[in-house]
Structure formats: C-alpha cells, structure tokens
Design a protein around this ligand. Structure first.
Ligand code: MF3
Ligand code: CO
Length: 289
C-alpha cells in the first residue's frame, strides 16, 4: 500500500488523505490480503465525480420519462430513436449509443424475443401485446449514465406481464444486495435466485458494467454468480444492474446481419430493466433508473 498520509488523497477530492480514503485503503488492503478480488483505484469515483454522473443520469431519466409518456400502439422504434435523440441533445447531452462501436442509432429498443441491443427502425411498429425494452444512455460533460425500462403495449398477456414484473423484482433484489465491502456475487445470486424461483432463466453471456468516466468500464457484471464471490463492491464504485430474464431457456444468439441484436434462441420473450448504482458507505444509491 502506498503511504500518502501527508499528502492529498489519491481520489482527487482535494482532501487530505488522512481525512479521505485512509480508512478505505485499510479495509481494501485487509480484504486483498484475504485473497478477495479488489477493484482498482481507477474504478473509485470521488463525490464530485458522482455528482457529475448524477447530472448525466437526470437527463437519462428525463429521456426515459418522455418515452414513457409517449409510447403506445403504433409507435415505431424509429420514432423512439428520434425522441431520445431530441430529448437528449436539447438538454446539451449526447446519446451514448450513437456511433458507439458503430451502433447506428441513439437508443436500443428490444421487442419481445429480442434480448437487448435492438436497433430502432421505422419499420418496427409496436402492436398490442408487445413488450419492449428501451435502453437509454447519456454522455453529459464527459460523464456517462445508463438505464433501461420495459414498456407493455396495449393488452399484454398475463404470462408476459409476469415476466416483466419478475425482471423488475430481480433488479430490486439485486439492488438490496449492494453493500459496501460486499461482493458482486451477492448481487448476482439475489438476481439469479429470484428469476429461477419464478421459473425463468438468466442470460449468461451479456451483463452489466462499470460506468461513469466511460460508457463501459470494468468490472463486467454478471447475474449468475455465487454469494461471497466475485469482485468486492467498494464505496465509490458505479455500475449497472441489468439482468436479462428469459421466459424460456437462457441461450441467446446475435443477429449476423446487423451485428448487434441479441435474440433468445428458443424465440420466447425476454425482459430487462437496468439501473445504475453507486456503492456508498451506507449501502447503494440509484443514480439512474
Ligand atoms: N445500454 C447498453 C448496455 O450497456 C448499450 C449497449 S451498446 C450500444 O449494454 F451501442 F448498443 F448502445
Ligand atoms: Co448498460
């Protein structure tokens, strides 16, 4: 451990190390010695950075609120893309997906058996009975936010409603398992157990991520894991909880033609909610939902 007791804290807070992350470093070092997987310092945000992420997240939330107020039967996913672009840019922010690794649109829209990363299109017209995930991500003054919600269009079958509801509960259970100096596996198992208890499966190949100074930071956040395992959740970490819950089997495949969209292999519906959380000294703060 570096000794920086006389100087300023490494987190960039401007505070004396002694009054800032000294206690953190002691706990961190104690857990590292026990052999746990520890987050690098680069993943620890200081309060100023968290505040900036919060500002970005407020825009992301407003964008999703706008979608919630306007979506319905007959909406095309291309329209949703237009709404997200305008709602984001009119607030001085940029939609993070646009041109991200070549992604062509401002938002991901994933309908029914589409698991995630669906590409909006004027040809995709939402109809009664559809369930759709709208996944919005925002860059504001260099800080990133990311959250997604499910929307139910018109008359949705009881079994699809239940899937959407349980997927939401999975995120809530995961959130309750986020505690300082706990493990990502605590959160993963909480999500996984709730999905399984309801007869659903959890996608393994795609997960959440650290986020804040970049769209996708370390760590990768899976939802199939064991309590007490995985990376330690230290105060100042910011990551997403975004499990994809399948009505049928967990297997998925990628659209070869567009290189993005993920579908369930069995063609059964999938649901996903995403929140962005910061680990705090007391527990967790939801930044974006
Ligand atoms: N919000 C999505 C995620 O974190 C974004 C995927 S990248 C995109 O998984 F380019 F498709 F937006
Ligand atoms: Co995400």
């Amino acid at each position: 451990m570096e000794i920086e007791r006389d100087g300023l804290c490494w987190c960039g807070s401007g505070l004396a190390y002694e009054d800032c992350h000294r206690g953190f470093d002691e706990k961190w070092e104690e857990m590292r010695r026990k052999g746990f997987t520890m987050p690098a310092r680069s993943l620890i945000k200081n309060p100023k950075q968290i505040e900036s992420i919060r500002e970005s997240a407020k825009i992301n939330i407003a964008v999703l609120d706008y979608v919630a107020e306007h979506i319905g039967e007959g909406t095309t996913t291309g329209q949703i893309d237009q709404w997200v672009y305008h709602q984001t840019t009119s607030r001085g922010a940029i939609p993070a997906p646009l041109n991200y690794n070549g992604f062509p649109k401002s938002v991901c829209t994933s309908v029914n058996e589409e698991v995630c990363h669906g590409i909006p299109s004027d040809e995709v017209i939402l109809k009664s009975g559809d369930i759709v995930n709208v996944d919005a991500s925002t860059v504001y003054k260099g800080f990133f936010s990311d959250s997604s919600r499910m929307f139910m269009i018109g008359q949705v079958s009881e079994e699809k409603r239940r899937l959407v509801q349980v997927a939401r509960e999975c995120v809530e259970k995961g959130l309750r398992a986020v505690k300082p100096w706990g493990f990502l596996g605590d959160m993963a198992q909480a999500v996984y157990d709730h999905a399984r208890a309801n007869g659903y499966s959890v996608v393994r190949q795609i997960g959440g991520h650290g986020i804040g100074l970049a769209f996708h930071e370390s760590p990768w956040v899976g939802y199939v894991g064991r309590r007490g395992s995985g990376m330690v959740m230290a105060p100042g970490m910011v990551f997403t909880i975004e499990p994809m819950i399948n009505m049928g089997r967990s297997a998925v495949f990628q659209d070869e033609a567009n290189g993005w969209t993920i579908y369930t292999r069995d063609g059964m519906p999938s649901a996903q909610w995403e929140i962005q959380v910061a680990v705090t000294e007391q527990g967790a703060e939801v930044l974006s939902d």
